[in-house]
Design a protein around this ligand. Sequence first.
Ligand code: F6R
Length: 369
Amino acid sequence: EKGGYPSFMEKEINDQPDAVAQTLLGRSDADGNLTLDEIRVDPSVLKNIDRIIVLACGTSAYAGQVARYAIEHWCRIPTEVELSHEFRYRDPIVDENTLIVSISQSGETMDTLMAVRYAREQGAKTVAICNTNGSTIPRESDAVLYTHAGPEIAVASTKAFLAQITAAYLLGLYLAQLRGNLFQGQIKDILAELAKTPAKIATVLENADQIKELARSMADTRSVLFLGRHVGYPVAMEGALKLKELAYIHAEGFAAGELKHGPIALIEEGQPVIVVVPSPRGRDSLHSKVVSNIQEVRARGAKTIVIAEEGDESVKAYAEHVFYVPETSTLLAPLLTTVPLQIFALELASAKGFDVDQPRNLAKSVTVE
Ligand code: F6R
């Protein structure tokens, strides 16, 4: 059942090319146009949506944070991501022009279910992104977009995360198509790029030996900081969460730009810092800013570990370790850059002898508030 792997988690990390491919399957036609028949919300309602709120917890909320960059960019609809358990208690502004997108692997997370119920009572339309057929959150939503990652057994979420990002991107493209925010050709191009990601994830998995070796050599580490910018920021937080959950190591993810506003005080000799570097081909000088952040922490003694795009030589001078992922567009990069961070946490936890499938104090589905 573990497919020859020592743990479900390792199997599920290796299942990721398939999880993404399955989530894309059957959702575009022979011409490469998007067809999301399952979104059974009246198109005229979706055309009038003036706000999107993504509700989720934990890793699923990080998937929402990644998706937010794509949805706002493609659809020009203001999009927020809120932790389900915080949402209800702030008297949120929700009405019939609000689209609620819940993200839940299990479909049973009580915090998210209660938040969806609350939003529905206020008249909002609700779409669930979910990995579990027939579970409660999809049943209580107006529509569901299933992630077809297959059952996720390990407590810590891995393949569901990549499938959630994929599904949320499809939803964003669907809204952009419906509302005329993107040309059909642009949508086709993005779908074509998405279709190439499973093979690229497979490449990351094949080239994982060095990151495994590094992780095993770091079993005595007491704290690891993760930095990212733009879509790399939620990826950094997800990397930190995986390390906390599996290896019980203090870890924090920061927006790289926030460093100088406080966290840089944490940097001392030997402090490991893992940096998710955007593509040098991307827009807005994101790349050069992150490279300066690497220099800043390096100058203060940090041990810098960098995840960068294949061919990016500029980071080498500042990184003790560089792990490359294949080229892709800035928005799709999280589907690749997350994978080495998952492997890092898995290997480090395994080196410490921990049960990676059943970390202490955690349950796979959190059915209490
Ligand atoms: C982290 C993890 C949790 C879940 C969270 C939400 O590895 O597994 O943070 O992501 O409890 O669960 P779902 O997606 O089932 O609502």
